[in-house]
Design a protein around this ligand. Structure first.
Ligand SMILES: [Zn+2]
Length: 96
C-alpha cells in the first residue's frame, strides 16, 4: 500500500520536474539538471527558472541590440522597437 502511494507521489513529482525542464530548455539551460531540481524541489525550482534570463546565444531567444528586449531566435524584426536584423546581427550576438 505505502509503495503504491510513494510511486504516485514520485510520478507527480517527476511530472512537475518536467515543467521546469521544458522552461529551462527554452531558456537555453540544462534541462536534465533542471528536471532533477524541479522533481526534488518544485516549489523553489519553478519560480527560480521563471525569473532567470535566457542564456544569450542559446535556446529560443535572442536579445535585441537596440532595445535589449528578448525576442524569438528566428525573428528578423524586433516586436518591441521594429529593429530589423541583418545577416551579421546573429553572428555578433553569438560572439559577444
Ligand atoms: Zn528591439
Amino acid at each position: 500500500m505505502i509503495i503504491e502511494e510513494l510511486i504516485i507521489v514520485w510520478v507527480i513529482a517527476a511530472f512537475l520536474g518536467l515543467i521546469t525542464a521544458v522552461i529551462a530548455d527554452k531558456k537555453g539551460r540544462n534541462s536534465v539538471i533542471w528536471w532533477f531540481f524541479g522533481t526534488a524541489l518544485f516549489i523553489v525550482a519553478l519560480p527560480l527558472i521563471l525569473i532567470l534570463d535566457p542564456i544569450e546565444g542559446s535556446g529560443h531567444k535572442k536579445r535585441c541590440p537596440k532595445c535589449a528586449e528578448w525576442i524569438g531566435r528566428q525573428a528578423m524584426v524586433c516586436r518591441f522597437c521594429c529593429y530589423e536584423y541583418g545577416p551579421t546581427d546573429d553572428l555578433r550576438i553569438v560572439s559577444s
